[in-house]
Design a protein around this ligand. Structure first.
Ligand code: G
Ligand code: G
Ligand code: MN
Ligand code: NA
Length: 257
């Protein structure tokens, strides 16, 4: 309860932060974009990860205001980098959505407004959603995703392969990118033939449906070697970098974008 009332004031007190994890092309090893991840600089408990406050944010509905802040902050940051940092011109930023945002009929209009206000290029914004946020075809979520696509925004299916009906989900949601869940990547090298087969099958789907494929949670050179062999083009993970603060990301762009 205390956390709940404190979270209520976190936006006004400017306590939220974004950290950025590079997403790389596994052939060139160049950074092509960043996933933005929210943190709460709590007045007494230090820097909190989403696991410690996002469920409260969801339950109370504060997630809508937080989500708007995240979107605006990520796009403002991207614009600063694109204007000022050599190598940043073609970067994208990927923002995670919550179920409430995806189900909100006003969401596409809010995204359009934020894009206009920040003058960000729609294609430089990737919105990540998960299967559980988009349950049925009649859902407003499907209409929202279609409207977002029409704005020129790019849609990523996060944690792909872990839902109970990934194939029907892929059929319902017109996405640009699938992000292979890190559990499949972690299983590489653990003598797990099925993980390799599943990743290979996702790559095949990606080719057939013209989707970009990103491997998540890459921690070892062996894992990225196997992803390359399987035809996965993009990846992120601790092998390259954990999520980092904006100043460190800016240095990263100078060197690696
Ligand atoms: O950064 P970390 O690995 O702790 O993130 C844990 C989870 O929190 C991830 O599943 C991620 O998708 C989610 N998350 C991180 N940032 C945001 C955000 O800005 N909005 C939403 N809705 N979820 C986020
Ligand atoms: O669910 P989503 O894919 O949005 O989650 C992103 C989360 O994964 C972030 O909390 C981030 O800190 C975490 N993450 C990023 N790279 C790695 C990695 O290489 N290994 C592990 N275990 N977690 C990672
Ligand atoms: Mn994500
Ligand atoms: Na994921």
């Amino acid at each position: 309860l205390e956390t709940e009332s404190q979270l209520g004031g976190a936006l006004e007190r400017d306590e939220l932060r974004l950290v950025y994890q590079p997403i790389v092309d596994v052939h060139t090893e160049r950074t092509i974009g960043f996933e933005a991840l929210v943190r709460w600089q709590h007045p007494s408990r230090g820097l909190l990860a989403p696991a410690e406050f996002m469920s409260i944010a969801e339950e109370t509905g504060m997630i809508l205001a937080i989500g708007e802040w995240v979107l605006r902050e990520a796009l403002m940051q991207l614009q600063l980098w694109r204007m000022d940092v050599p190598g940043a011109r073609d970067l994208f930023v990927a923002v995670n959505l919550s179920a409430r945002q995806v189900q909100d009929p006003e969401f596409p209009a809010a995204v359009a407004r934020t894009l206009a206000q920040t003058r960000a290029e729609p294609a430089a914004l990737h919105l990540e959603l998960t299967e559980s946020m988009v349950m049925s075809r009649s859902d407003v979520a499907v209409q929202n995703v279609t409207a977002l696509r029409e704005l020129g925004v790019r849609v990523s299916l996060d944690d792909f392969g872990t839902g109970y009906s990934s194939l029907s989900y892929l059929h319902q949601i017109p996405a640009h990118t699938v992000k292979i869940d890190r559990s499949f990547v972690a299983a590489i090298g653990e003598d797990n033939a099925s993980a390799t087969s599943i990743i290979g099958a996702i790559v095949g789907l990606g080719r057939a449906l013209e989707l970009d494929v990103v491997g998540e949670g890459v921690e070892t050179p062996q894992q990225v070697e196997e992803l390359r062999r399987l035809g996965v083009r993009y990846a992120q993970g601790y092998l390259w970098s954990p999520p980092i603060a904006p100043a460190a990301a800016q240095e990263w762009i100078r060197e690696k974008a």
